[in-house]
Write a protein that binds this ligand. Structure first.
Ligand SMILES: *Cc1c(COP(=O)(O)O)cnc(C)c1O
Length: 410
């Protein structure tokens, strides 16, 4: 008799985006002529940069010849990419890393979901609320999150709410926590963390010997010079933080698949008997066993994002999305909605009109102006009463959606 991992049975039956898809499909069946505009799921729409395409073509050609063919590569990535990452994403910010501290992967979802493998099940977990659901669900799958209560709160997770009342600045937990998940710029709220606020978390982690999982998937969208791009810009962070990066939002790699994780050599955690163990060594062991490396073609594609042409082309695409965000912020503010984010991130987080729940607003937007967004409550209990729109659509859709919304509310 094979037993299932019953932790999976504790997870909510359906996933947020499949609930949304069901509602949208039902609407389309009953309104066949309506053109629904989706500003919902966090996926990019602009094509890959020409420099990336060129690098991928070249890599494919290399794979076609015996002399340049590549089979299994190093599990943690080719040195050409690990070195390019250090040289471009960290050295200019005064952060010095060794290629061995860089673990190339097939995207940040994998590593943010898998990182818990190297940590004990008894750790207490803290995360900001609302949050990217992967951190919660991956902890639930191994039993670390406890049980889901009717309020949508997991019994063993300590939530630190981020809402308009605290200006989206999470308060430090008032009890001791072992592992902290932070995502900045934030998905879903589109808000950022200042250097001073981030320093509070690093200092807290150093003092309480906890680990910060820092998801920097949207760092390329930061426009404000004073906002940190990496947690390692904060002194001492190498001793308490793992950082996740992705080319998905930076360079439109959601369908290509490449990202990387930094596990600094100084980073350790303890055994029950108090012995310090390097987390990088454990992560390397885990990856070498369960992951056989990111494709050569994807790694050459990622490397091309760091060429002068690649950088310029990627910046152009980011500017396109950020202009969408500006258009959306302006239109939404004009119709009297309270909006957050969208200045250093491709997400707009809006407060639903008073008394309207996230899902009610979802239904109203779908049936009124035929716009699809994401109910804030889908990202955590503190997301109730909020709604997420993404700037990843086309300019035309973005403008039309704002026109429709203005008419609908006006
Ligand atoms: C999109 C996203 C990622 C990146 O996921 P990939 O697996 O790299 O595509 C990571 N974290 C957050 C918060 C995201 O929104």
């Amino acid at each position: 008799m094979a037993l299932v991992n019953e932790n999976f049975l504790k997870l909510p039956v359906s996933y947020l985006f499949s609930d949304i898809a069901k509602k949208v499909n039902a609407f389309k069946v009953s309104h066949p002529t309506a053109r629904v505009i989706s500003l919902g799921i966090g996926d990019v729409t602009r094509p890959l940069a020409p420099a990336v395409i060129e690098a991928m073509h070249k890599a494919v050609d290399e794979m076609s010849r015996t002399s340049t063919f590549r089979g299994y590569g190093p599990e943690a990535g080719y040195d050409f990419l690990r070195e390019a990452i250090i040289k471009n994403d960290f050295a200019p910010r005064g952060i010095h890393l060794d290629p061995k501290e860089v673990f190339v992967n097939d995207g940040a979802k994998s590593d943010t979901g898998n990182i818990g493998d190297i940590l004990g099940l008894d750790n207490s977990i803290c995360m900001t609320d609302p949050i990217y659901p992967v951190y919660v669900d991956s902890n639930a799958m191994c039993g670390r999150a406890g049980n889901l209560t009717p309020g949508g709160v997991w019994s063993n997770i300590i939530y630190t709410p981020c809402n308009a009342e605290n200006n989206f600045v999470p308060a430090l937990p008032d009890q001791k926590v072992d592992v902290i998940y932070l995502c900045y710029p934030n998905n879903p709220t589109g808000t950022v963390i200042t250097r001073a606020e981030l320093k509070k978390w690093v200092d807290y982690a150093l003092k309480s010997d906890s680990i910060i999982m820092y998801d920097a998937a949207y760092e390329a969208y930061i426009q404000d010079k004073d906002i940190p791009h990496s947690i390692y810009e904060i002194k001492g962070a190498k001793r308490c933080a793992i950082e996740f990066h992705s080319y998905s939002k930076t360079a439109g790699f959601t369908g290509v698949r490449c990202g990387y994780t930094i596990v600094p050599r100084e980073l350790t955690a303890t055994t029950v008997t108090g012995e310090r163990v390097e987390l990088g060594a454990l992560w390397n062991r885990r990856q070498c066993t369960k992951f056989n490396g990111t494709g050569y073609i994807q790694q050459r594609a990622a490397e091309a994002t760091y060429t002068p042409e690649g950088k310029a082309q990627i910046q152009e695409t980011i500017a396109y999305y950020m202009e969408n965000a500006r258009i959306m912020r302006q239109a939404l503010t004009k119709v009297g909605l309270k909006v957050y984010g969208g200045e250093n991130a491709p997400y707009i987080w809006l407060k639903t009109p008073s008394g309207t729940t996230s899902w009610q607003f979802f239904d109203q937007l779908l049936h009124g102006p035929h716009i699809v967004g994401t109910p804030g409550v889908g990202f955590g209990p503190a997301g109730e009463g909020y709604f997420r729109l993404t700037a990843f659509g086309t300019r035309e859709d973005c403008i039309e959606a704002m026109d429709r919304l203005t008419q609908w509310l006006g």
